[in-house]
Every structure is written in C-alpha cells, then in structure tokens.
Write a protein that binds this ligand. Structure first.
Ligand code: FES
Length: 143
C-alpha cells in the first residue's frame, strides 16, 4: 500500500516534469554497492544448488528409505523424491521443484520436501505448502 502511494506521487511528478524527492531512491538504474555482495552471494548459492542434478541420490535405492522418512533417489537422468509412510507404502514424486527446477531435499524435522533455491515446501505427497512454486511435485509417471 505504501509503495503504491509513493508510485502514484512519483509517476505524477515525472509525467508533469516536476522534481521528485523519490526519483533517485526508486530509479531502476540505481546501484547500491552495499547490496552487490549479497546479490552475488545469493545467486551463487542458487547456482550451486543446480549441481544436485549431477550428484548421486541420498540413498542408492528406494529399498533403503525407512518407514516414516524420505530420501532423494537417482533414477537415470532424473531424481525421485521417495517417501515411505509408517505402513511401509512408498510414495514417489519427481524431486524437481516445479518453480525453477532445483532438486528438493527431505526435511526430516517437518517431514516435508523443501527446495533449497527459493524456499518452496511440499508435503509428503508432493502438494505445495509454501511457494513460490504453485504446482505440486509431479508424479513419477510424468517425469
Ligand atoms: S526452484 Fe524451488 S523454489 Fe525456486
């Protein structure tokens, strides 16, 4: 709401050719030197997460996923998020986050699949709990 009001004031000033006290602060071409290090660091961290595409899984087969836990398993060129419920039934979904394709990781504390790139979280059945992803993890038949 605040930024919407500021935008209204700023754009009116710019259209009418008036000097605006907000123009410098909201200039899209502004450079904040202090934020450059954080920007680079965060983006290197996200880029590093894509290395998960070429690493082995947490375990080498779904038989090693013990009841009540989940693990990422490599299956050919892709990875599967395998969760074995307390009854021993295996639930498999693609381990590829539906936001921007990072590999999710099992969160044993929350019993969720969490994406390390931008924080999306999925429940044991692959349904979205938190975005930015808006779609659940794909079933393995669709990978
Ligand atoms: S790639 Fe998973 S949240 Fe962005």
């Amino acid at each position: 709401m605040t930024h919407g009001t500021i935008a209204g004031i700023l754009l009116t000033d710019l259209i009418l050719g008036r000097k605006s006290t907000w123009a410098k602060l909201y200039d899209p071409s502004r450079v904040r030197i202090g934020g450059v290090g954080d920007f680079i660091s965060e983006n290197l961290n996200v880029a590093a997460q894509y290395l998960e595409w070429v690493t082995p899984g947490d375990v080498d087969s779904v038989e090693k996923v013990i009841p009540g836990t989940g693990a990422v398993v490599r299956r050919g060129l892709t990875k599967v998020a395998a969760y074995r419920d307390e009854n021993g039934t295996l639930h498999e979904h693609s381990a590829i986050c539906t936001h921007l394709n990072c590999i999710v990781a099992w969160n044993s504390s929350e019993k969720t699949w969490d994406c390390p790139c931008h924080g999306s979280r999925f429940d044991m059945q692959g349904k979205v709990i938190n975005g930015p992803a808006i779609n659940g993890l794909a079933s393995v038949e669709n990978t």
